[in-house]
Design a protein around this ligand. Structure first.
Ligand SMILES: Cc1cc2nc3c(=O)[nH]c(=O)nc-3n(C[C@H](O)[C@H](O)[C@H](O)COP(=O)(O)OP(=O)(O)OC[C@H]3O[C@@H](n4cnc5c(N)ncnc54)[C@H](O)[C@@H]3O)c2cc1C
Length: 575
């Protein structure tokens, strides 16, 4: 058994920021960070457009209150406003701290950090490093973990959260390199395992975004919050689904349909291309459904619309959004200086997750918390995004709540001792689970079943939803769940056995998918990213509340949590 004071699962922005905070506050603490990828290959590294903070470098009328209001309105009034106030008040400080760590932000001519426009934000407040912001931040954080001597377990896959008597005691891990199993014991465990984009068939997320942390928490009997709110980013590159950052529209690009119309005028006249993502994604989907999408030969009725940058000119394109130019060129053969980019909505972000307090402590129910278990980042739901996240607020959440959670953990572990764990029991049980997978006699390919799950989620729980669609989707998922017992693993070895990982990740996808669909079925209203064609209006009387979903004995059971409203009374949301 390996012992550490703190074990953090996840090497993205949230996990790295928390580890840094613990190291700064308690240099003597023995902190371990585990990631199934190398930390700097976490999805955070792909973040493009920027991080919001009211530095007021280009707009002195901005304020944290304005940022908070935009965030709450963007969330369709489902965000917890105490958490949003913390997010927006602490934002300038965390960004300046990143700058002091060495993050190479883009600059104004006078040397201060540049700030650009972003969807749903009423002021230009998004700080950026061209369109590679996540890369710039994550690399600097990672270097600092090495400097502080944090123990890194990279390419170790966490299989299970050890939770006994309402206390998190450690994790069971699988070393991808050679198949070794270990129990890691700690005084506090933190999950920063990121999102679950791979539950769907078209996503901007990396291959590792399979919702493992969410599935492990659910299997340990803990609730997941607001899982019905799945963000579609309006501009996924067609057909790959990779992201063309909102920064491109922030810098002035247009969305046009096959008739050449800037159709956003019909959906959000005051914000046009910079409306929030839920509204813009529905607008694009509606244009495509009504036959005003484009085919690759330019004719009408096709599966995408155009993102037009041509009027921006070469210099602006190549200095502000060079990576988006490169992606379109490399993956779609489009030179955005001369041609419009084909785009359509792509699954991007998980608003819901493991419910936590504003100090990152995980909730066990609407009224109680779990001892020694913390979470932050995209895997958590402190609810600053409610029903729809604004762009550039997620990196901010990772850094603000990563720091707060790190501070809370440093305080929590001081003076505590390591818990008792029956190591043999956990090792045997993990060994047995893996052996069962290896011995399964079936013939079904993992990739085939995964594709069916992803297609099912996309078809029955997409941009537009209805009871009939979701019920059909849930029935299909039940059927697919049974077929999991029939997948075959060809690789029986211990060295770098990616089939074992794929089988485990598929289990996460199926659990998370079922929780998303059941939560979506229960929410009989339309709010933010959750759009029910059979219940087109928001219903505050019945549904101004968070969903809590428990996965008990293979069944999803629902409860709810009240929304914290402190500053802004819910109003109709118009742009
Ligand atoms: C293409 C793209 C662009 C984006 N651009 C922006 C932007 O400009 N601004 C913004 O605010 N947001 C943006 N976002 C969203 C934002 O990047 C993410 O929400 C955020 O970076 C998530 O960070 P995280 O630390 O929570 O998780 P991640 O960075 O996803 O890291 C998860 C970590 O958990 C580890 N892990 C997961 N499961 C296991 C397991 N079973 N065992 C061990 N380790 C595990 C992974 O290896 C990884 O290290 C973007 C997202 C994408 C996909």
């Amino acid at each position: 058994m390996l012992d550490h004071d703190v074990v953090i699962v996840g090497g993205g922005l949230a996990g790295c920021r928390a580890a840094l905070e613990i190291a700064r506050r308690s240099p003597q603490a023995n902190v371990a960070l585990i990631a199934k990828t190398h930390p700097i290959r976490s999805h955070s590294v792909a973040a493009q457009g920027g991080i919001a903070a009211t530095l007021k470098n280009v707009d002195d009328q901005d304020s944290w209150e304005a940022h908070a209001f935009d965030t709450v309105k963007g969330s369709d009034y489902l965000a917890d406003q105490d958490a949003v106030a913390i997010l927006t008040q602490e934002a300038p400080d965390v960004v300046i701290d990143l700058e002091h760590l060495g993050v190479l932000f883009s600059r104004l001519p006078d040397g201060r950090i540049a700030q650009r426009a972003f969807g749903g934000h009423s002021h230009n407040r998004t700080c950026y490093a061209a369109d590679k912001t996540g890369h710039a931040i994550l690399h600097e954080l990672y270097c600092n973990l090495i400097r502080y001597g944090v123990t890194l377990y990279d390419e170790w896959y966490v299989l299970r959260l050890i939770l006994e008597d309402n206390q998190a005691k450690g994790v069971v891990v699988y070393h991808i390199l050679d198949g070794t199993l270990e129990v890691i014991r700690a005084k506090a465990v933190m999950f920063a395992t990121g999102g679950y984009g791979r539950v769907f068939n078209t996503t901007s997320n990396d291959f590792a975004s399979t919702g493992d942390g969410l599935a492990m928490a659910a299997l340990a009997g803990l609730p997941l919050e607001d899982m019905e709110f799945v963000q579609f980013h309006p501009t996924g590159l067609y057909p790959a689904g990779v992201l063309i950052s909102e920064a491109v529209r922030g810098e002035g690009a247009y969305l046009v349909n096959v008739e050449g119309d800037r159709f956003m005028a019909n959906y959000a006249p005051s914000r046009m291309e910079l409306a929030p993502r839920d509204i813009t994604s529905r607008a694009i989907t509606t244009e495509i459904r009504q036959g005003r999408g484009v085919h690759l030969d330019g004719s009408a009725g096709g599966p995408f619309v155009h993102l037009d940058l041509r009027h921006m000119g070469r210099e602006k394109i190549m200095s502000r959004v060079p990576f988006c130019w490169e992606e379109s060129h490399r993956l779609a053969g489009v030179d955005a200086i001369y041609e419009p980019i084909p785009v359509r909505p792509t699954i991007h972000y998980s608003m819901g997750g493991i419910p936590v307090t504003v100090n990152g402590q995980v909730r066990r129910s609407a009224t109680a918390q779990v001892e020694s278990f913390f979470a932050a980042g995209e895997a958590a739901c402190v609810s600053v995004h409610g029903a729809n996240r604004l762009g550039s607020n997620s990196l901010l959440e990772c850094v603000v709540y990563g720091r707060r959670t790190g501070a809370a953990i440093a305080e929590y572990v001081a003076g505590r001792s390591l818990p008792e764990i029956n190591e043999k029991f956990y090792l045997e049980s993990a060994k047995q689970d893996i052996q069962t997978l290896l011995d399964q006699p079936g013939t079904l390919r993992i990739g085939a079943l995964r594709q069916q799950v992803q297609d099912c989620m996309t078809q029955y729980c997409g941009v537009y939803r209805s009871e009939a669609l979701i019920l059909e989707g849930l029935a299909q998922l039940q059927d697919l769940k049974e077929r999991y017992q029939t997948i075959r693993l060809d690789d029986k070895g211990t060295q770098w056995n990616t089939e074992i990982l794929e089988a485990l990740e598929l289990r996460s996808l199926m659990i998370v998918g079922e929780i998303i669909m059941t939560s979506a079925l229960n929410r009989k209203e339309s709010r933010g990213a959750h759009c029910r064609e059979d219940y087109p209006d928001r219903d505050d009387a019945a549904f101004l509340q968070h969903t809590l979903a428990y996965f008990t004995a293979g069944q999803v059971q629902l409860d709810h949590l009240p929304v914290t409203i402190t500053q802004f009374e819910p109003k109709e949301r118009k742009y």
